[in-house]
Unconditional design. Structure first.
Length: 719
C-alpha cells in the first residue's frame, strides 16, 4: 500500500475550505490511501526548483501540492491552494533532509534568496550581527543542522526582529535552532533542547530504512507530518481539521507526552497556550495504551481544579481517543468532586453537607473571634486555617506551635498561636456539630480514608492546571496512586495561579527533579497579544518587550492586531463601546460562540449582556451547565483554560481590579497582601491570554494600576 503523509499546513488549509471542496479533497486523496494511485494524474511544472513536487487537480479552482520522493511509494500532501497559487508555491519550494535530525524540511528557496538580498541592502557592512562567525563558527552551526545554503543568510541577520521576520522562509527546525542561540542558549543546550528533540521524535517513526533519504525522512517529521495508515485514518484526520493538536505534536510536546516511562512523577510547565493541556491529554492516551491487558476500566485518572475544566478535558479526550474501550480506561473528574464521591460513599452514599460560601465562612470566623474575645481579623484566622493548619494537616496545638508558617507575613509568638488555635478549634467544632465540611476538609478526609484502606485507586494520575491546587488536594492526589514509575504527571503554569495556593510539591512527597519540562511555543495567542499580556505581568512597558519575541523564553508563531486598550469616562460608555466592538467582530464573520467577554464581577458582564441582547446579539453566561448559543460572558475565573477567537476584558478599573474585597489589608499580613495582588494580576493575565486573534481591554473611571505598563497604548480621554 502507498504510504501517505499529511503535512500540518495541508490540514490548516483544508480546514478553511468549503464543505464541498473538502469532500473533493477527500475523494482525491482517498485514492492514495487506498493504494489505487495508479490512475492519479500528478502534474509536473516547467520551472520548478524541486522535480519531486507535483500538483494534482481537485476542482477547476483548487489544486493540491504533493511531494513524491523518487524512491518508494510514499506521497506527502503539502498544500491545497487555488490553482495559480498552488503552481506558484510548488515552483518556489524545495524539500530537503535536515543533516542533524534526518527530518524532512520544506524550504522556500525564492523567499530565502529575496530575504538575503534585502538583508544585504538594509544592513551596513559594519553593523552588529546576531550570529558572528567568531562566536558561531560554520562547524558549530552545521552540527546543529543549519546547512551551507542557510549559513550565508544567517551571517547577515542583525537582530532578533529580523530573525523573526525570516520565520516564514527558513526551514522550521533551523529557525528553532537559531532562535535558541539568539535567546542565549549555548550550542550544547540547543543541541539537547532542539536538535535531539527533533531527532528523537523522528526516530520513533522509522518503519523502513530507504536508500532515498527523502523517502525515509518523510516519516521523520513528527509535528509537521502525520503518516496515515489507510482511508479510515485519513477520514478521521480530515473530519476534524481544526483539532490539529490530535495529530501534530511539536517535537518538544511529543517528547514529554510520549516518553516511554518516567521513573517517578513528571511535570510539564510553560506559558499560556503552549499546549500543556494537549500534552496531558496525549500522556493519558500513551499511558492507556501501555496498560496491561487485564487493567480494569478507570485505571487512569485525568483531573483538574474545577468542574468546568474537567468537562472540557472530557470532551477533548473523546476527540483524541475515539476507541471507546481505550477511552474507558481513563476517568475524568475534578479533584474536589472525586474526593466528595469517596467521602460520600464512605458515609453510605448520603449527601455530605458542604459550606462553600466564602462570605459565610469569614463571618463565622468573625463571630468566633468576638465570642472568645480574641484580637484577630476574620480574614487572618481564615487564612491561617487554610494556609497553615489545613496545608500542613496540623491536628494538635503542639504541632501548630512547632510548625513553620511559610508564606505568612506576620510573626505569631507562642501565646498568640495558642489563641489562634482556640479560634480554630472552635471553628472546626462548629462545623462538626452541624455536620458540615469545606471542600478542603473533604480532600483531607478522603486522603486519610485512602491511607487507612492502603489501596490506591489508580495506576496513573494526570493533573492539569496544577498551579491552583491546595496542599490538602495534593495529599489526596498523592494517596490515589502508589508511588513509583509514572505515578503523577503534572501540567501547570505558576503565572496563571488564580486561587492563591502556593505549594512545595517536594514537601508533599512529590519529586519531579530531573523530570520537569518546559514548553515555549505558544499555539493559541498572537505574538502581539502575548507580548502585551506579558508586559502586564512583568511590568515592562510593551514597546521594550515587543521587539523581543522570546518574552522570557516564550514565543508565538502567530501574528495579528495589537490589543486595544480603551479608557472611558463612564461605565455606560464602556459598555456601548464593547457592544460596538463585538458587533464589528461578528460582522467580520466571527461566530458569536468564538467571542468572549470577561469581567471581574459578573454583574458588569450581565449588564453588557443585556446591552448586547438589545443590539440583537445572543449571549450566554458561562456557568456549570452546557453552554447555549451566543457570545460567551464569564467571570475572569471562569475563563481559565478556555480560548476564543476574540476576547473583551471589561472593567479593568481601580477598585475593581484588584478587587478590594479580595485583598488582605496590609496591616493584617503584608506578605498575604502582596500575594493577593499578584493573584489578581494573574487573573487579568489569564483573561487576556484566552484571546486567539483579537483582544480588547477597557476600563472606566480611573484605570487599574495593573494597566500602568501599557499606559502608552491607552486610547480615549485622559484624566
Ligand atoms: N501541536 C499542536 N498543534 C496544533 N495546535 C496545538 C498544538 N498544541 C497546542 N495547540 C493548540 O493551542 C491551544 C492551547 O493549547 P493548550 O490549551 O493545551 O495550552 P495550555 O498550555 O494548556 O494553555 P493555558 O495554560 O493557557 O490554559 C489549543 O487551541 C490547542 O489545541
Amino acid at each position: 500500500m502507498a504510504k501517505l503523509g499529511i503535512h500540518r499546513d495541508f490540514l490548516m488549509e483544508f480546514a478553511a475550505l468549503e464543505k464541498h471542496v473538502q469532500k473533493r479533497v477527500f475523494e482525491v486523496f482517498e485514492k492514495f490511501a487506498a493504494a489505487t494511485h495508479a490512475g492519479l494524474h500528478l502534474e509536473k511544472l516547467t520551472r520548478q526548483r524541486d522535480p519531486r513536487l507535483r500538483t494534482i487537480r481537485i476542482t477547476d479552482f483548487w489544486r493540491g501540492v504533493v511531494l513524491k520522493p523518487e524512491e518508494g511509494d510514499g506521497y506527502l500532501l503539502l498544500k491545497v491552494l487555488p490553482h495559480d497559487k498552488a503552481n506558484h508555491w510548488a515552483e518556489r519550494h524545495r524539500a530537503s533532509v535536515n543533516a542533524a535530525s534526518q527530518g524532512i524540511e520544506i524550504r522556500n528557496d525564492v523567499g530565502l534568496e529575496r530575504a538575503t538580498s534585502e538583508l544585504r541592502a538594509v544592513t551596513r557592512q559594519d553593523a552588529t550581527r546576531l550570529f558572528p562567525e567568531a562566536t558561531y563558527p560554520d562547524k558549530v552551526l552545521r552540527s546543529l543542522g543549519v546547512d551551507v545554503e542557510i549559513i550565508p543568510i544567517v551571517r547577515l541577520i542583525p537582530d532578533e526582529t529580523h530573525l523573526e521576520a525570516l520565520h516564514r522562509v527558513l526551514p522550521e527546525q533551523q529557525y528553532d535552532v537559531l532562535l535558541g542561540l539568539a535567546t542565549g542558549m549555548s550550542p550544547e543546550e540547543v543541541d539537547r533542547e532542539v536538535v535531539q528533540v527533533y531527532a528523537a521524535a523522528a526516530a520513533r517513526d522509522t518503519t523502513t530504512a530507504a536508500a532515498d533519504p527523502l523517502a525515509s525522512a518523510m516519516a521523520h517529521a513528527r509535528g509537521r507530518v502525520a503518516l496515515v495508515s489507510g482511508t479510515d485514518e485519513l477520514r478521521e484526520i480530515l473530519d476534524r481539521p481544526f483539532d490539529a493538536w490530535r495529530v501534530f505534536l511539536h517535537p518538544s510536546q511529543y517528547r514529554i507526552a510520549y516518553q516511554e516511562s518516567y521513573r517517578g512523577s513528571a511535570q510539564v510547565t510553560g506559558g499560556p497556550g503552549t499546549g500543556k493541556t494537549v500534552v496531558a491529554l496525549h500522556r493519558a492516551l500513551h499511558l492507556a495504551r501501555r496498560l496491561p491487558a487485564d487493567a480494569p476500566d478507570g485505571s487512569i485518572l485525568l483531573t483538574t481544579y474545577t468542574r468546568a475544566l474537567a468537562a472540557e478535558l472530557d470532551r477533548s479526550l473523546g476527540l483524541l481517543i475515539p476507541d471507546d474501550r481505550l477511552r474507558a480506561k481513563i476517568v475524568v473528574i475534578n479533584v474536589d468532586a472525586l474526593a466528595y464521591d469517596i467521602v460520600r460513599s464512605r458515609q453510605g452514599g448520603g449527601p455530605v453537607k458542604l459550606v462553600t460560601d466564602q462570605k459565610e465562612i469569614t463571618a463565622r470566623w468573625a463571630r468566633i473571634a468576638r465570642r472568645l474575645g480574641l484580637e484577630f481579623a476574620d480574614v487572618f484566622l481564615d487564612q491561617e486555617w487554610r494556609h497553615v493548619i489545613l496545608a500542613q494537616d496540623l491536628r494538635t496545638p503542639e504541632a501548630y506551635l512547632k510548625a513553620s508558617r511559610p508564606g505568612r507575613g506576620t510573626a505569631l509568638p507562642p501565646v498568640r498561636r495558642l489563641q489562634a488555635w482556640r479560634a480554630i478549634e472552635a471553628f472546626e467544632q462548629q462545623l462538626r456539630q452541624s455536620g458540615e465540611r469545606t471542600f478542603l476538609q473533604i480532600c483531607a478526609e478522603a486522603a486519610n480514608l485512602l491511607a487507612e484502606q492502603d489501596e490506591p485507586r489508580f495506576r496513573h494520575v494526570i493533573v492539569d492546571e496544577a498551579q491552583d491546587l491546595h496542599p490538602a488536594q495534593w495529599r489526596f492526589l498523592r494517596a490515589l496512586v502508589p508511588e513509583g514509575r509514572d505515578d503523577l504527571f503534572i501540567a501547570g503554569d505558576s503565572h496563571q495561579r488564580i486561587y492563591g495556593n502556593k505549594v512545595s510539591l517536594r514537601s508533599l512527597g512529590i519529586a519531579v527533579t530531573g523530570r520537569s519540562h518546559r514548553l515555549r511555543i505558544n499555539y493559541r495567542t498572537t505574538h502581539e497579544i502575548l507580548a502585551w499580556s506579558s508586559a502586564l505581568l512583568t511590568g515592562t512597558p510593551v514597546d521594550s518587550a515587543d521587539s523581543d519575541s522570546s518574552l522570557a523564553g516564550y514565543r508565538s508563531t502567530l501574528h495579528g492586531r495589537r490589543p486595544a486598550y480603551v479608557h472611558h469616562v463612564s461605565r455606560t460608555d464602556e459598555i456601548a463601546a464593547a457592544v460596538a466592538r463585538i458587533t464589528e467582530w461578528t460582522a467580520a464573520g466571527v461566530a458569536p460562540e468564538d467571542i468572549a467577554v470577561a469581567a471581574r464581577f459578573i454583574q458588569l458582564g450581565r449588564d453588557l449582556g443585556n446591552a448586547l441582547e438589545r443590539a440583537g446579539h445572543a449571549t450566554h453566561i458561562l456557568g456549570n451547565s452546557a453552554p447555549g448559543p451566543g457570545v460567551r460572558i464569564a467571570t475572569m475565573h471562569r475563563m481559565k483554560g478556555l480560548e476564543f477567537r476574540c476576547v473583551a476584558v471589561l472593567g479593568v478599573s481601580e477598585g475593581m481590579l484588584p478587587m478590594r474585597a479580595a485583598i488582605t489589608p496590609v496591616d493584617v499580613d503584608p506578605q498575604q497582601h502582596q500575594e493577593d495582588i499578584n493573584t489578581e494580576l494573574s487573573l487579568l493575565f489569564v483573561a487576556c491570554t484566552r484571546a486567539r486573534e483579537d483582544l480588547l481591554v477597557s476600563c472606566h473611571g480611573v484605570p487599574s494600576p495593573f494597566l500602568a505598563p501599557v499606559a502608552g497604548d491607552r486610547q480615549g480621554p485622559t484624566e
